[in-house]
Design a protein around this ligand. Structure first.
Ligand SMILES: [Zn+2]
Length: 233
C-alpha cells in the first residue's frame, strides 16, 4: 500500500538533491570576476595610461624648453661674440630671439600645467589602486567561500544519490511508480506537506475533510487544487 509518509521522505531526498544541483550551478556562475571588479581594473588601466601619457608629454615639453634655450644661447653667443658677419642680419637674429623667448615662455607654462596634471593623475591613480586592491581582496575571500561550498556540495551529492537509490529500492513498485508519475507532472515535487490547513505545494487552503483523510493515511489523498500527494505530519 502506498504510504504518503514514505513518499514525503523520498520527496525530501529529491528536493535536497535538486536544490544542491541548483546551488552548484549558481556557485559556478559566481566563480568568475564580478562586473564591478572588471570595471575597476579597466578604470585602473585607463588611469595608468593617462598618467603615462601626461608624463611623456611633460618630458617632451621639457625637451622643447631645453632645445629652445640652447638655440637662444647660441644666438646670444653670436651677438655677444660679434660673430654676426653682416650687420643686416642683426634684425633677423633679434626677431628670431624674440620668437624663441615667446616659445620658451609658452613651453614653460605648459610644463607647469603638465606637472600639475601629472600630480593629480597620480593621486587619482593611487586612490584607484587602493579601491581595486580592496575589491580584489573581498572578491578573493568570497571566491574562497564559494569554492569551499562547491567542494562540500560535490562531496555530499553522491551520498544523497546513494541514499535516494536505497530509498527507491525500499519502496514497493506501485508507490515508486506513483511518485515518479506525479513528480514528472508537478515540476519535480510530487508530495506536499499540509501546514496550517494549507497545501505547501500551491498555498491553497484545503477542505478539512480532505485533511482528515490525508491524516488517516489509509489512502493516497491529492490536493484538490495542484494534484500533489498530500502528507499531514
Ligand atoms: Zn496543492
Amino acid at each position: 500500500m502506498v504510504q504518503a509518509k514514505e513518499l514525503v521522505q523520498f520527496q525530501e531526498i529529491d528536493s535536497h538533491i535538486e536544490s544542491s544541483k541548483k546551488r552548484l550551478v549558481e556557485v559556478d556562475s559566481q566563480l568568475q570576476e564580478t562586473e564591478e571588479l572588471r570595471a575597476g581594473r579597466a578604470e585602473l588601466q585607463r588611469q595608468r595610461q593617462l598618467t603615462h601619457d601626461l608624463q611623456s608629454r611633460q618630458k617632451s615639453t621639457e625637451m622643447d624648453v631645453d632645445q629652445t634655450r640652447a638655440r637662444m644661447s647660441a644666438l646670444d653667443a653670436r651677438l655677444m661674440g660679434n660673430q654676426v658677419v653682416n650687420p643686416r642680419d642683426l634684425p633677423t637674429i633679434e626677431r628670431e630671439l624674440g620668437n624663441l623667448r615667446q616659445r620658451q615662455s609658452a613651453f614653460e607654462d605648459e610644463v607647469l600645467s603638465l606637472m600639475e596634471q601629472v600630480e593629480q593623475a597620480r593621486a587619482s591613480l593611487d586612490r584607484q589602486e587602493q579601491v581595486v586592491a580592496e575589491m580584489a581582496a573581498d572578491w578573493e575571500e568570497a571566491q574562497a567561500h564559494l569554492l569551499e561550498e562547491k567542494g562540500r556540495i560535490e562531496a555530499e551529492l553522491p551520498q544523497w544519490e546513494e541514499r535516494r537509490q536505497q530509498f527507491a529500492a525500499s519502496l514497493d513498485e506501485p508507490s515508486r511508480r506513483l511518485y515518479e508519475r506525479v513528480k514528472a507532472r508537478k515540476g519535480g515535487q510530487a508530495v506536499a506537506r499540509v501546514e496550517g490547513g494549507m497545501c505547501t505545494g500551491c498555498r491553497i487552503t484545503l477542505p478539512s475533510t480532505l485533511i482528515q483523510r490525508a491524516r488517516a493515511g489509509k489512502e493516497v489523498v491529492y490536493c484538490s487544487s495542484c494534484g500533489r500527494i498530500l502528507y499531514v505530519g
